[in-house]
Design a protein around this ligand. Structure first.
Ligand code: C5P
Length: 217
C-alpha cells in the first residue's frame, strides 16, 4: 500500500511522513533527498548541471537507501551534506530537468514495488503513484512555514532573519509550482491538510484515522 504526502517546504511533510511510517511500520521514501543526492553526485563527478541526459543517467545509476533516518548513496552517508545551501541550489536544475524526472519516476516506482510505503515530495500523488491508497497534500500558511524553518535554523545555531527565510521560501514555492514537468500540485483526489497550529503527532493521528477508514472492509 502507498500513502503519498506532497506539499511545499515547511508544511511539516518530513516529520509527518517519518513519524507516520514509523507508527505504521512501513518504509519511508524522501524523494526530495533523492533529487538532492543526484545533485551532490553530479557536483562530485563534475557532471554539468545543464546536461540533462547525463543527469538522468546518474539518477538511474546510483543506489539511494534510507537507513534509520539517514540517506545513503552507494554506501556513503550523505544525510548532512545534501542539506547544505550549495546542494539546495544545485538541486533546482536537477529537479527541473524532464529526463531526470522520468528517471526518478522509474526509480521511485521500483523502490516501492511490493512494499508498504509512505512517500513524500511534490509530485508523488499527482505523477509517480497515481493509484496510491491515500494522497495527502500538506500545507500551512507561508508565515507559519517560515517560522518553523526559522526555529530549525536557530536550533542548528544559524541566525537567519525571518524575512530572508520568507523571501527564499516564496522563490522556491514559485519554482515548484511553475516547473514545466512535475509541478507541485495536489492530485485531483488528494486530501488537503492545513497544518497551521497542529503538531506532527496531531497530523499523524489524523492521517492514521484516514488510512484506517480507507482500509475498513
Ligand atoms: O523537499 P526538499 O526541499 O528536500 O526537495 C529538494 C528539491 O527537490 C526541491 O527543489 C524540490 O522542488 C525538489 N523536489 C521535486 N520533486 C519531488 C521532491 C522534491 O522536484 N518529488
Amino acid at each position: 500500500m502507498i500513502v503519498t504526502l506532497d506539499g511545499p517546504a515547511g508544511a511539516g511533510k518530513s516529520s509527518t511522513a517519518r513519524a507516520l511510517a514509523a507508527r505504521l511500520g512501513w518504509c519511508y521514501m524522501d524523494t526530495g533527498a533523492m533529487y538532492r543526492a543526484v545533485a551532490l553526485v553530479a557536483l562530485d563527478r563534475g557532471v554539468p548541471l545543464d546536461d540533462q541526459v547525463l543527469l538522468a543517467e546518474l539518477a538511474e545509476g546510483i543506489t539511494i537507501e534510507f537507513r534509520n533516518g539517514h540517506v545513503v548513496i552507494d554506501g556513503r552517508d550523505v544525510s548532512t551534506e545534501i542539506r547544505t545551501e550549495r546542494i539546495t541550489q544545485a538541486t533546482r536544475p536537477v529537479a527541473d530537468a524532464p529526463p531526470v524526472r522520468e528517471a526518478m519516476k522509474r526509480v521511485q516506482r521500483r523502490m516501492a514495488e511490493g512494499l508498504d510505503v509512505v512517500t513524500e515530495g511534490r509530485d508523488q500523488g499527482s505523477v509517480v503513484f497515481p493509484t496510491a491508497a491515500l494522497k495527502v497534500f500538506l500545507t500551512a500558511s507561508p508565515e507559519e512555514r517560515a517560522r518553523r524553518r526559522h526555529r530549525e535554523e536557530t536550533d542548528r545555531g544559524n541566525s537567519v532573519p525571518l524575512a530572508e527565510i520568507l523571501t527564499a521560501q516564496s522563490r522556491r514555492d514559485e519554482g515548484d509550482r511553475t516547473r514545466a514537468v512535475g509541478a507541485m500540485k495536489p492530485a485531483d483526489d488528494a486530501v488537503i491538510v492545513e497544518t497551521d497550529g497542529l503538531g506532527p503527532e496531531q497530523v499523524v493521528d489524523l492521517l492514521i484515522a484516514m488510512i484506517e477508514e480507507r482500509c475498513r472492509p
